[in-house]
Design a protein around this ligand. Structure first.
Ligand code: FAD
Length: 385
């Protein structure tokens, strides 16, 4: 084995989790570590955008593409231009994130980047071996975000799948400071469906058609939803589609990385269940995970970050409502937003709420739907099909 292929740390996957970790490793305190990042793709496309809410500065403030201080929510009633103070809804474009971190990495002599399809990641005794078609690399520790398989057969698994159009129009209709967080006025078609709108200027916005369901839809389904929304809710017959975004996020409380017993191959990101099961948001959680891993590396005590908390009960309950009661989800989100302040809901979804706030939120929701789901998945453990 060439000594060049032996590393202290290898990061498999240069997506959000891998690069968030690599970004923190670009520091003098880790300059004695030989580090390698591997991905099968050169991260040169804007393959996704990350939206999230935050009440403080983040590490990526300088690459935030757009910020909103207000939201609209359309459900059983229309809640327009609600302040979300102290939160702000923000968006980062994937391409800006990738370029920002890869540029930092290129200035580090101790960090290499390689491209290739990783076929095997395994631990043998005290070393990890990573094989691509062309090379075998060896490392003392590996962080991997490569998901091979999703637990799709599990009852508590649903895809959040979507397609977005960035449209440009020839009139000024958008409120630049107000994001439409969820618009449930569209037909639900026995699923949970909504549109969100992120305006960048008065005449340009990202409009995204989102569905929660067991099966990912064909392009035609989203296109119809988007066309219909532009026509009937934005009253537009003419618009240019300047960019498209398509994707699917797994929402589940079943562990995604079930099989590994390795103590040197550490899962991160989606593979480490970092996606919030009931909302599909992960960006901020991935940042928190990366900070915790860096603390562990400083203390030479790296292990899988486990997230055991009371929020798993709420996530299971909400997921069961989304899966078993489908169209009821529209009603539940509507009541949640009508009877609570948006910042309290964000606090709850960020898992930063107090028990009092949680009881406050659950108190406002349809009691029987919730009790039924709560007992089913948390007390009787009926999480299989
Ligand atoms: C389109 C889209 C939009 C999203 N929007 C939001 C949002 O607005 N807000 C939010 O909080 N969350 C969002 N998410 C959820 C979550 O934040 C992202 O999925 C996030 O990118 C997860 O980070 P990750 O590192 O786990 O996975 P990824 O970012 O997907 O990174 C995994 C990396 O592994 C590489 N890889 C995979 N297989 C191999 C292989 N065999 N060999 C080598 N490399 C491989 C991939 O090329 C990729 O670069 C979104 C997800 C998607 C898909």
């Amino acid at each position: 084995m060439s000594p060049n292929l032996r590393y202290d740390i290898i990061i498999c996957g240069m997506g959000c989790a891998g690069l968030s970790l690599a970004d923190r490793l670009c520091s003098d305190e880790f300059s004695n570590k030989k580090i390698l990042l591997i991905d099968k793709e050169t991260k040169t496309k804007n393959d996704r955008t990350w939206s999230f809410w935050t009440d403080s500065k983040t590490r990526y403030d300088q690459i935030v593409y757009k910020r909103w201080n207000h939201i609209n929510f359309y459900g059983n009633s229309d809640l327009e231009r609600q302040s979300i103070h102290p939160y702000q809804y923000q968006m980062i474009r994937g391409i800006d994130f990738y370029s920002h971190i890869l540029q930092k990495i290129s200035a580090q002599d101790n960090i290499d980047v390689a491209y290739g399809d990783i076929q095997i990641i395994e631990q043998k005794e005290n070393l990890c071996y990573i094989k691509t078609e062309a090379h075998e690399y060896v490392s003392s520790i590996v962080f991997s975000s490569i998901v091979r398989e999703y637990p799709e057969q599990d009852h508590l698994f649903v895809w959040q799948h979507f397609k977005g159009w960035r449209i440009k129009i020839d009139k000024d209709i958008f409120d630049r400071d107000t994001a439409t967080f969820m618009d449930f006025r569209i037909e639900q078609k026995e699923e949970t469906r909504f549109i969100y709108v992120l305006p960048f200027s008065k005449d340009e916005a990202l409009i995204e058609a989102t569905i929660f369901s067991k099966k990912i839809s064909t392009q035609h389904v989203y296109d119809e939803m988007l066309k219909d929304y532009c026509q009937n809710y934005l009253c537009l017959d003419k618009y240019d589609i300047v960019e498209e975004e398509v994707g699917a996020i797994p929402m589940t409380t079943t562990p995604i990385n079930r099989a590994t017993s390795s103590n040197l191959i550490i899962p991160v990101g989606t593979l480490n269940d970092t996606v919030k099961p009931s909302s599909g948001y992960a960006f901020i959680r991935i940042q928190e995970e990366a900070d915790l891993i860096i603390d562990q590396l400083r203390n030479d005590q790296v292990k899988k970050i486990s997230k055991k908390s009371k929020y798993i009960w709420y996530d299971r309950t909400l997921l069961d409502v989304i899966i078993s009661q489908r169209e009821e989800a529209k009603n539940i989100f509507s009541i949640m937003f009508e009877r609570n302040k948006a910042p309290d809901i964000f606090n709850f979804l960020n898992e930063k709420s107090s028990l009092r706030q949680e009881i406050g939120i659950f108190w406002t929701l349809p009691f029987l739907s919730f009790l039924k789901a709560f007992l089913k998945v948390n007390v009787f453990g009926l999480t299989k099909k």
